[in-house]
Every structure is written in C-alpha cells, then in structure tokens.
Write a protein that binds this ligand. Structure first.
Ligand SMILES: Cc1ncc(COP(=O)(O)O)c(C=O)c1O
Length: 303
C-alpha cells in the first residue's frame, strides 16, 4: 500500500493567493493597461505575512545549533510577529516571551496568549517599540532567553527571498513590473526586492511609510538610530508617505468594494500602489496584504 503523508500546520505556510483588483483601480487600471494584484498574506495559518519569518528565524537558529526545543525565546514585537512567533514556538516546542507596547489592539494580545506565549506590556508613552526592544536586549543579557531580533536577523528577509519573492514571480509568470509593500522591519520588502531584482533588475520596488504624525499599526518611518539592521536602502527605489486617514479609508473600501478584508498597513500599501498606477502604463503592480481586517475590529476603524 502507498504511504499517505499529511501536512503539518508548518507545511502550509506561504503559497498564498494573488488576486486581481476589479473596481478600486478605476481609471488607473485597465484603461491604462495596468493590473493591480493583492498578495493575500492573511491566508497564512496565524493570519499574517509574519508566519514566514517567524518559522524561518526559529528553523535556521535551530539548524545552526543556537537553540533547541525547550529553550526560551524573547522578542519585542508590534503584534503580528508576536502572534506568528507564539504559534511557531508552540509548534516547535519553545517557551515564548513577547514584549509589546500596551497601546496595541486587544485581539493581538489575546491571540498571543492563546498560543501559550507570556506577554510583557511596556508603557507606550515611554518610547513604544524602542523601549520594548531595549528591554528585550536587557533580558537576553541577563540570561533570560534568546532574542530572535526580527529587525537585525537575516533569516527574516531570507523567508521572503526564498518564499514570497519566488511566489510573486511565478504567479505573474515573470510579468510583475512593480512591487509595493508597507515597511515595518523591512523584511518583506528587502527579501522580495532581492529576489525580484535578481530575476529582472528593472522591477520597481516601492515602500509605503506612515506620513509624519500618522499612526499605522505595524509600520514606521524609523528614526535614523533605530533603522532596522536588515535594511539596505539600495533595495527600495521609491517611497510613498501615507496618512492614517487615507489608509483607514482605503481599508474600508478594499473590504466593501473588492471583498478583501485587510489590515490598515495593507491598505496603505494599496494607496501607494494606486499612486504608482496613475503614473505608469501597461504595468503589473503587486502589493502585499500583510494581514486580515479582523485583527483591527476593536479599533473601530471598520465601523
Ligand atoms: C500589520 C503589519 N503591516 C506591515 C508590516 C511590515 O512588514 P515588515 O516587517 O516585513 O516590513 C508588519 C510587520 O510587523 C505588520 O505587522
């Protein structure tokens, strides 16, 4: 009899759908020969693009002999990475301590504890993510566990160099001309850019950042001294500044007009993609929907 093998939850990370927008592009779409495609990373098992780097960082550290099941891992995270790491730690048998500012949505915190992680909430008014990252480093120095450091860990962009990038290339049959992503750790844009430009150096890579004074969960315009170590400015061709209200309005429209229920930073990437579409012709523009809208219900943004 033939052996039947079944997938584990880890095996089904990635290979996410790529879908064409039908209404939102309007004049910037078919009339100009442009196609706008959404890469649905919310379809990953723990609900975001972060499943990819979370598993890659644990798998690669394990392969190098730096950690082994039973160890304690520590990470400062703005949310999605925490949920993904909590799941990955549960699957692979690690204890997970997550440090996050106390102003992040309740759904995120509850999802992390559901996967068995321990949470440390830091005062948001004392420096937000920077404070959380400093505390994680202090705890590692005190021997309380190993910090994976998604901001400086090359296994974060590696997940996108080996997964997200090749998927986009194959799903568009090499037709992709523009790639747009919101920037947090910059892991997504670094890894995808590296892969796509290796196949076609003419592909334009556009980063979406929150405008001055705007709060968009998961992404930042980093002050110079906190720029992620994995960030290489040569891999991004252009930036678009997105205001919070533009991103929130677009998140509502993406759900109501396209049936795609994505998060706020995903909608920010779409705002950037639509600006690109207004400037170009005959382009195939791919943007990342990093997570699902359910994760933001308690913020009232969809009311
Ligand atoms: C909601 C959300 N959007 C965008 C990003 C940015 O992804 P990256 O860290 O790969 O730049 C993140 C990262 O945590 C996120 O949580």
């Amino acid at each position: 009899m033939r052996m039947t093998t079944y997938h584990t939850i880890e095996d089904i990370i990635g290979s996410t759908p790529l879908v064409r927008l039908q209404r939102l592009p309007g004049e910037a779409g078919a009339a100009r020969g442009n196609v706008i495609l959404a890469k649905l990373e919310g379809n990953n098992p723990a609900g975001s693009v972060k499943d990819r780097p979370a598993f890659a960082m644990i798998r690669e550290a394990e392969a190098r002999g730096e950690i082994q099941p039973g160890d304690t891992l520590i990470e400062a995270t703005s949310g999605n990475t925490g949920i993904a790491l909590a799941m990955a730690a549960a699957v692979r048998g690690y204890k997970m301590i997550l440090i996050m500012p106390d102003n992040l949505s309740v759904e995120r915190r509850a999802s992390m504890t559901a996967y068995g992680a321990q949470l440390i909430l830091t005062p948001a008014d004392q420096g937000g993510m920077e404070y959380a990252r400093d505390l994680a480093a202090r705890m590692q120095a005190e021997g309380k566990g190993k910090v994976l450091d998604q901001f400086g860990n090359s296994d974060n962009p590696l997940a996108h160099l080996q997964g997200t990038g090749p998927e986009i290339w194959e799903q568009t049959n090499g037709r992709v001309t523009h790639f747009v992503s919101a920037m947090g750790t910059t892991g997504t844009i670094m890894g995808v850019s590296q892969y796509l430009k290796s196949r076609n150096p003419a592909i334009q890579v556009v980063g979406a950042q929150p405008a001055e004074g705007s709060q968009i969960p998961g992404i930042r315009k980093w002050p110079e001294e906190y720029l992620p170590r994995i960030y290489d400015p040569q891999r991004v061709d252009a930036f678009e500044s997105i205001s919070q209200s533009e991103a929130e309005e677009m998140a509502r429209r993406l759900a109501a007009e396209e049936g795609i229920f994505g998060g706020i930073s995903s909608a920010g990437a779409l705002v950037a993609a639509l600006r690109v579409a207004q400037r170009v012709e005959n382009a195939t523009i791919v943007f990342i929907v990093c997570d699902r809208g359910d994760r933001y219900l308690s913020t009232g943004v969809f009311n």
